[in-house]
Design a protein around this ligand. Sequence first.
Ligand code: UGA
Length: 445
Amino acid sequence: MNLTIIGSGYVGLVTGTCFAEMGNHVTCVDLDEKKIADLNQGRIPIYEPGLEPVILSNLADGRLRFTTSLAEAMTDSQVYFIAVGTPPGEDGSADLRHVLAVAREIGRCLDKYAVIVDKSTVPVGTAEKVAAVIQDELDKRSVDIAFDVVSNPEFLKEGAAVDDFMKPDRIVIGCNSDQARDIMCNLYADFCRNHNRMVMMGVREAEMTKYAANAMLATKISFMNEIAGLCDALQVDVEKVRLGIGSDSRIGFPFIYPGCGYGGSCFPKDVNALISMAEENDLEPMILNAVHQRNADQKNVLFRKIVARFGSDLSGMTFGLWGLAFKPGTDDMREAPSVVLLRQLIDSGAKVKAYDPEAMDVAMQELPKDWFEKGALVLCQHQYDALDDVDALALVTEWKPFRHPDFKVMSSLMSQAVVFDGRNQYDPKEMKSEGFEYWGIGRCG
Ligand code: UGA
């Protein structure tokens, strides 16, 4: 099939690349000229394991191409995916400006029946708005061309996106027309050869499914973070509780790891957007508000433990920080708990030596320049360099190389062997026997 993907950000790039890998001819469009020029040269703008070789081989085979011109990309496609950003507006609701601008452009160029797919995460009712904008442009042109708007939300996880796309748990397709349903099923058939993973529903249901999935996962995490706070207060080890409840198949193990808060571009944004949708409909989103508040507060948990241990004036102290990305497997620092902790430490007079396996360039670009200029933050080349002469280590992201470090080397480098473990990576008993003072999340201290 010939496909056009509009928006070559994270979702668009992965979607287009994986469809090309399945033999489709895919044109990816983006307004950013530098990004498109780089992609045409085989330079990939994001870090995502496994993505680069698939882009390169499909570029070389001519199944994938990149352009800044939607009009040029709209010559022969049967399906158009809208995968542009939906940043949060000032009130937390999703800003549909880019989505609707793309819809208008599609309406200006459409010359035969096509399926327009909302891939971006968009509020319930957006497909209807997209259809109205396209129809408006067709009316202006006085042409009568049929089209369908379908909702096909993405469930990719950063760091595992190619695998998630190639081997999806489910493919949700929200569709109100038989013709569009057949085209979408045909397109996705190769991704579910052994077992049908397509879940068909109405358009509004698919739009809601995306938000409900992210909000449910965020709720599991926030619930567990709240239990971890109770465990700290009641001298209970939350790791044992996690094992105890996760083994109930109705609860399950995924997304019940307590920590120093969830981040990224999706959970915080989507929980807020759902809160806005509830409020716009005069409903009080009690659980969603609590999930949001718990997470905002959870990002303070490491700092609170540090202040409880060292006092609120940290001047003259230096902290090591392991992990800047919001989670392992990505260089993305959006809404990362590390940024909250860095600000708190630096505002309290401390210096920080930080290390992350992938996010150092992003940190250099995105963190306040004055932190570097005044020497409050130093980015280190190696995880152990970030321990040199520090009073304590804060582990914020659970990258694999932090899982089994050399504790002897660590304690020989640190001026005080104190570890604040924001992801419960270590066993408190083992840490004690290695001579560390250990503070985890919900691990009795
Ligand atoms: C999330 C969803 O998992 C994807 O299904 C969805 O497609 C995506 O959002 C999206 O809407 O685009 P992602 O943001 O890449 O994916 O990250 P996750 O792996 O879900 O992790 C989110 C955050 O939760 C991270 O900060 C992670 O550290 C935290 N987390 C996760 C916990 O604190 N505890 C857990 O048990 C699991």
